[in-house]
Design a protein around this ligand. Structure first.
Ligand SMILES: *Cc1c(COP(=O)(O)O)cnc(C)c1O
Length: 406
């Protein structure tokens, strides 16, 4: 390596050294077996509390079969983007299934399927306000301070004027919209439903009332609610019994649905606009059709008796975990969802605890900045219907031992 190329690498090495100094190095663990409560990771058997597989469907026999059947029927790859040859019957059917399942919040609901939730959020935020001669530069976007990174990136990429409101603070949002009455073009309010690192739920009814009063869109990212919340797991909007043409709903399919992909549901006019204009939809190869085929099978489980049984079991696990976390010396977040954070504080201490839990053969990830605010590093215990109460008893014992020791 000559001197000028070495200089390039020096900068990166300094950056990595900084990450280490701040206790922020992340490493990837290798799962040797399917995602499940008991799995082999880096060659060791552990109890996993790290996945978003809330209903325990990722390794479900029916979905494995559906994936294989889809591959036999539609092949391995889609062959192209949705607008140029890659849109298969499996994708089209899934969109109809999704609109029928979770589209009850709007008349003439239509769904659009994406490869990932990250792309669905980029598409939604870059496309919804991109009208008129400004191409969206005069759009005002009001974003919850704790929104998911993909919503933050979508907002940035949209070139809209971004205004951050304090977390879940509908009063503050109302005041901000009031102050901007005579400004801008389209107005868009953007929020997670269940916040991914805290597990709390946005005040959706109040946000919608505000959106309707000011003529704004309300984009709700239900990545952690779809499949889990609401009757039959139809999601956070169904749970809150909200209905409005102002709503744009994003759900993801790699979490509770146990497969992969994401979708947007809105009034059909919104979706048709997305098909014509959303670059993260148009300029990418359509996902493997077999995946869409498997998601359709997943929806049948989620919406059926088995889904109800899994959600009921998950609810008992959530109650037990809340009690367990309260008995430790650390600070649980008041969460009634499958995301159960335990705030430790410093990066170092959080990492130490995660390592100690690993010695107990439990995988509980340490969540650190920039994913969460500085000083609020936490263990993120994520529950799945695949867990048993014995799994929780093991977690309880390990946590109380560590809590008494430190
Ligand atoms: C996981 C997640 C996403 C991204 O979804 P992927 O399908 O994993 O890309 C978007 N929003 C939230 C709130 C998430 O938790």
């Amino acid at each position: 390596m000559n001197e000028t190329s070495a200089a390039l690498f020096d900068t990166l090495k300094q950056g990595l050294a900084n990450i280490d100094r701040n206790g922020l190095r992340r490493r990837r663990r290798i799962a040797d077996t399917a995602c499940a409560a008991h799995m082999t990771v880096d060659g060791r058997e552990i109890i996993g509390f790290a996945s978003n597989d809330y209903l325990g469907l990722a390794a479900h026999e029916t979905l494995r079969e559906a994936l294989a059947e889809g591959a036999r029927k539609y092949g391995a790859g889609s062959g192209g983007s949705h607008l140029l040859g890659g849109h298969s019957r499996a994708h089209a059917k899934l969109e109809d299934d999704l609109a029928a399942f979770s589209g009850g919040f709007v008349n003439q609901a239509r769904a659009l399927y994406f490869s990932t939730g990250y792309m669905a959020n980029l598409a939604t935020l870059t496309t919804l306000g991109a009208l008129g001669t400004s191409g969206g530069r005069d759009t005002l976007m009001f974003c919850d301070a704790l929104n998911h990174a993909s919503l933050i990136d979508g907002a940035r990429l949209s070139r809209a004027d971004i205004r951050i409101y304090p977390h879940a603070d509908a009063g503050a949002l109302d005041a901000m919209l009031d102050a901007s009455r005579n400004e801008g073009g389209a107005k868009i309010i953007v929020t997670d439903s269940v916040f991914s690192m805290d597990g709390d739920i946005a005040p959706l009814a109040r946000l919608l009332e505000i959106a309707e009063r000011y003529g704004a869109w309300l984009v709700v990212d239900d990545a952690h609610g779809f499949g889990v919340l609401g009757p039959q797991g139809r999601g956070a909007l169904a749970e809150a019994a909200l209905r409005s043409p102002h709503l744009v709903y994003v759900g993801t399919l790699g979490k509770a649905a146990g497969v992969s992909g994401a979708f947007v549901i809105a009034h059909e006019t919104v979706i048709e606009w997305f098909v014509q204009r959303a670059r993260p939809y148009i300029f990418t190869t359509a996902s493997v059709p077999a995946v869409a085929h498997a998601v359709s099978a997943s929806l049948r489980i989620i919406g059926g008796e088995e889904g109800d049984a899994r959600r009921a079991h998950l609810a008992t696990l959530i109650d037990s975990t809340r009690a367990i976390l309260k008995r430790t010396q650390w600070l649980p977040v008041d969460s009634h969802t499958a995301v159960q954070p335990l705030i430790i504080g410093s990066n170092e201490k959080t990492l130490q605890l995660a390592a100690a839990l690993d010695e107990h053969r439990m995988w509980v990830p340490a969540i650190r900045p920039p994913t969460v605010p500085v000083g609020t590093s936490r263990l993120r215990i994520s529950l799945s219907a695949a867990h048993s109460h014995e799994d929780l008893a093991a977690l309880d014992q390990a946590l109380q031992t560590l809590s008494n020791r430190s």
